[in-house]
Ligand binder design. Structure first.
Ligand SMILES: Cc1ncc(COP(=O)(O)O)c(C=O)c1O
Length: 457
């Protein structure tokens, strides 16, 4: 189970924090302390539990000795028994505790445009602070329709085929809740984004796993074909892909179209990084939205996220495009899961989406960051994998250590002061290619400081 990896990894780190039960791995070469490190201060001779907040005490007694803490008295039969705290939360927390540069979780450390904040404030002051329409504010749905038509040549009806959601995560969950019946199977691709499988299992479905081939992380369509059965209800795809940075080709989309043709299978296309595709001039590479493929689009929920496009991941706002029959089912679930999404933000985004240069410039913006970060790692012992899209860079560390990637990522945080995500956690059974994921959606100062530390490893 993918989550078993997450929980195991989270547990390993938690154990390291509270109990120090894990053996130290001496294969990692000692690293000279770097500036700004506040945890694991010495190299390997320092106990690994040097950081982490202890519980608060008064005169030696725990605060919980004085304040009654409510406890659930019965046994919980968990709907998600394998799930623990996600590795993203664990690594970000560890990075905070250690004062490490956090290149683990995928969010920018720079601000969104002031103009966007001003628009939101304007709509708040104008009194748009009550519930938005269930499907989304009309101006935003119209702006999305115009944008999608211009970019991908597909016309979606704002009234019946576009729904604004509380981010991509809710959109994906809702699509699964609306379409997957208990006993249905859903095909996902490993390494798999962490919300997909819990969404499937909470709704009574079963995940079937296709592997993206290492090291190029391309789909193996014969494997996918072999997984399709009469029980297959849905296939969830993600391009550009987190964590690998792979961008699917037209040939991939055509394969998906062929495999699903004449079946009752629906597709969820997670396209949250649609505007972050690199090397478009040199490699003729573009985002292959499912919207470009009419025979695919007719069975697909296309999911996007304004959080990724406008550097506001904390706003949790996105949208879903789907044919009217699918949208009808989607909205039946949507109206009881979230009903409606932040109203003034929707109205602000309606105006912002109309400013084409904002999203058309995003690929160049992040390509410069990718190139800058890769240049920082030149001369290091990390092996950089290809990165065609997203804001994630994978790096192999086999020349540095032969320990598991989770242990390596943890030590990198504690001893070098740079946090990253071990890629094995994106697999059901941990598959360890000795690869970690760095997020380069950071200011040049942050990336330069991280590069300076990583070159010393
Ligand atoms: C592939 C992928 N899908 C979905 C999401 C979630 O997007 P949102 O924050 O809009 O829910 C993320 C966020 O990291 C992601 O990487």
């Amino acid at each position: 189970m993918a989550r078993s990896a997450l929980i195991e990894n989270a547990t390993l780190l938690a154990e390291a924090r509270v109990g120090g039960r894990r053996r130290r791995d001496d294969s990692f070469p000692p690293i000279a302390p770097g500036p700004g490190r506040s945890c694991g201060a010495g190299p390997l001779s320092v106990p690994r539990l040097a950081c982490g907040a202890g519980s608060a005490t008064i005169g030696g007694a725990s605060i919980s000795d004085f304040v009654p803490v409510p406890r659930y008295p019965a046994t919980i039969s968990s709907r998600l028994p394998q799930v623990g705290t996600t590795i993203f939360t664990v690594m970000s927390r560890l990075a905070n505790e250690c004062g490490a540069i956090n290149l683990s979780q995928g969010f920018p450390d720079f601000s969104a445009a002031d103009a966007l904040f001003e628009l939101v404030a304007r709509h708040m002051r104008a009194g748009h602070n009550q519930y938005a329409p269930m499907a989304g504010a009309a101006p935003l749905r119209e702006a999305i329709a115009a944008k999608v038509e211009e970019l991908y040549g597909a016309r979606y009806d704002p009234e019946a085929e576009i729904t604004v959601t509380a981010g991509a995560t809710q959109a994906i969950f809702t699509a699964v809740a609306a379409m997957v019946h208990p006993g249905d199977e859903v095909i996902v691709f490993e390494p798999v984004y962490d919300s997909y499988v819990p969404s499937i299992e909470l709704n009574g479905g079963t995940a079937r796993y296709a592997r993206l081939r290492f090291p190029d992380y391309r789909p193996d369509w014969s494997e996918v074909r072999a997984l399709v059965s009469p029980r297959t209800r849905m296939i969830i795809v993600n391009t550009p892909h987190n964590p690998s940075g792979t961008v699917w080709s037209a040939a991939d989309m055509e394969e998906l179209e062929r495999i699903t043709r004449d079946t009752g299978i629906v597709v969820v296309a997670d396209e949250v990084y649609e505007h972050i595709v690199f090397d478009r001039n040199t490699r003729q590479c573009r985002h292959e939205s499912a919207a470009r493929y009419p025979a695919l689009a007719e069975r697909t929920f296309i999911v996007s996220s304004f959080g990724k496009t406008y550097h506001v991941t904390g706003w949790k706002i996105g949208y879903v495009l789907a044919p009217r029959e699918l949208t009808t089912e989607f909205r039946k679930a949507h109206q009881y899961i979230v009903f409606a999404v932040n109203h003034p933000v929707q109205l602000a985004l309606a105006e912002f989406v109309a400013q084409r240069e904002r999203y058309l410039g995003l690929a160049d913006f992040y390509q410069a960051k990718r190139d800058f970060f890769r240049a920082q790692l030149e001369g290091s012992r990390f092996r950089l994998l290809a990165c065609a899209g997203t804001y994630f860079q994978l790096a192999g560390f086999e020349a540095i250590a032969d320990e598991p990637d989770v242990a390596f990522a943890e030590r990198l945080t504690r001893e070098v002061g740079v946090a990253a995500i071990p890629v094995s956690v994106f697999y059901r059974e941990p598959v360890d290619h000795k690869v970690i994921r760095f997020c380069f959606a950071k200011s040049e100062n942050t990336l330069a400081a991280a590069g300076e530390r990583l070159r010393r490893v």
